[in-house]
Design a protein. Structure first.
Length: 128
């Protein structure tokens, strides 16, 4: 009777979890619900990981097509939000033919960093 009153006091989701947990404990070698049904999160990626993997410095407008993956659409959407009037360029390794370039972000536009004649970005001692 006590089990019945506890069972009826639960909502549908709690009853479902309780029944599945009891089933797993009784029939499984693993003795907890979480040990059996916990999702593997080792291959999960955040939005920034996807943007980094699919990023291109320049995008062609002709490449847009219906077969684009959502990862490419996400990276393209991020690219479209960038302010592409000026880019920040790091030439410290130019002798090795390594040049780093990136577009300025919203914070840098508002603060005025990266504008023509701005001494912050002429050296490596940039605050951001």
């Amino acid at each position: 009777e006590r089990f019945r009153s506890q069972f009826m006091a639960m909502n549908a989701f709690e009853r479902h979890k309780r029944l599945i947990n009891d089933y797993v404990r009784y029939y499984s070698k693993e003795k907890s619900f979480d040990a059996v049904f916990k999702r593997d999160t080792t291959n999960d990626k955040t939005d920034i990981d996807i943007i980094r993997s699919e990023h291109r410095f320049l995008w062609d407008d002709e490449e847009d097509g219906p077969e684009e993956t959502w990862e490419k659409r996400l990276a393209k959407k991020y690219y479209d939000k960038l302010f592409k009037e000026y880019c920040i360029c790091d030439l410290s390794h130019w002798q090795e033919k390594k040049i780093a370039m990136r577009w300025r972000i919203d914070r840098e536009i508002v603060s005025g960093k990266g504008n023509v004649g701005d001494l912050f970005y002429r050296t490596q001692n940039c605050s951001e």
